[in-house]
Design a binder for this molecule. Structure first.
Ligand SMILES: NC(=O)c1ccc[n+]([C@@H]2O[C@H](COP(=O)([O-])OP(=O)(O)OC[C@H]3O[C@@H](n4cnc5c(N)ncnc54)[C@H](OP(=O)(O)O)[C@@H]3O)[C@@H](O)[C@H]2O)c1
Length: 289
């Protein structure tokens, strides 16, 4: 049975959801979203920058039409891109534009996608969107401990979620403790390390999984969920969607949890938010006119 977390707004969020990063083809994305809902996922994670909000909205609408779910049962997350993190107004308008593309009256969670631009002003735009009931919760993504703490210390509404890269090769235990101290839910992007480090065939993860009749992918997803981290794996394959959500009938021992955490490299091998070139690239990445 899927577990749920209670956000600081009082809303319930499924501990596991489904991400749609890198599914640019609209027809494929619509079908994948439909399949994910049919498989049992109720949390769907997109972003303005993924270019597939409209397709996700269509997949959701078709699933609702076919009686697979209801809008109330779903938890829809989207994100405001850096280009719109200029000021309060641009961020607020970006939320409205996302809702229009999603063809929805409200989102369940809207995140600032990066700690870039004038993110305090942009966050005030999210606070206004929350107060105007355009979204049921607001939060941030990729806010590493320094900017995250500074934000929490200085905003009116504490974020509900901080979505950062979290998997056995980038454990970030202290950052998670800090989020929890502020009552913020840590959510893992790249919970399968985007397939890096041979994660799916890792001998130790495979060995742990064998004991429970589970794959290495299921072991790492369970590991994050078991430490209170929300997970949003992505797959365009139905059998993998099914596999990735089938993690609620086993429990890792403390020793296994520690063994998995010991794989930590202490840094990301996917992105580097300390690299000026990377930050400059994202600041210059425009997703609309
Ligand atoms: N806030 C941010 O900055 C940020 C950044 C990155 C991602 N995200 C969000 O987090 C979500 C998840 O992260 P992600 O998509 O980057 O990476 P991920 O979920 O860690 O990994 C996805 C990759 O693993 C493969 N895969 C999935 N399940 C598998 C399984 N059971 N066995 C073998 N291969 C499997 C997928 O291939 P197939 O699709 O071919 O099956 C895909 O190549 C995204 O979709 C997005 O919503 C947010």
């Amino acid at each position: 049975m899927m577990e749920f977390l209670t956000l600081n707004t009082g809303a319930k969020m499924p501990l596991e959801g489904f991400g749609v990063f890198q599914i640019p083809d609209p027809e494929q994305c619509e079908q994948v979203v439909y399949d994910a809902i049919k498989t049992g996922y109720r949390l769907l994670d997109t972003a303005a920058a993924y270019g597939n909000e409209e397709a996700l909205g269509k997949g959701v609408a078709r699933a609702i039409e076919d009686g697979l779910t209801t809008r109330e049962e779903l938890f829809i997350t989207t994100k405001v891109w850096v280009q719109d993190q200029k000021n309060e107004e641009t961020a607020y308008e970006a939320v409205k534009a996302s809702l229009k593309r999603l063809n929805m009256d409200y989102a369940d969670l809207v995140l600032l996608h990066q700690p870039m631009g004038d993110y305090f002003a942009a966050y005030r735009g999210l606070e206004k969107a929350y107060k105007d009931e355009l979204t049921k919760a607001i939060g941030v993504a990729n806010f590493y401990p320094g900017p995250f703490t500074n934000l929490c210390e200085n905003v009116e509404i504490i974020p509900a979620v901080n979505q950062v890269e979290l998997h056995p090769f980038f454990v970030q235990e202290k950052a998670i403790e800090n989020m929890k101290a502020y009552g913020v839910v840590p959510q893992a992007w790249g919970p399968l390390a985007e397939g890096k480090h041979g994660i799916f065939t890792d001998p130790e993860l495979t060995e742990i999984g064998r004991k429970y009749g589970k794959s290495a992918a299921q072991v790492v997803l369970r590991w994050n969920a078991q430490r209170g981290v929300s997970i949003i794996p992505k797959s365009v394959h139905v059998e993998r969607m099914e596999q990735n959500i089938d993690i609620w009938d086993f429990e890792l021992t403390d020793e296994e949890m520690a063994k998995i955490a010991a794989k930590d490299l202490g840094h990301s091998e996917i992105v580097n938010h300390d690299d000026p070139g990377f930050v400059k690239m994202l600041c210059g990445m425009n997703i609309h006119d």
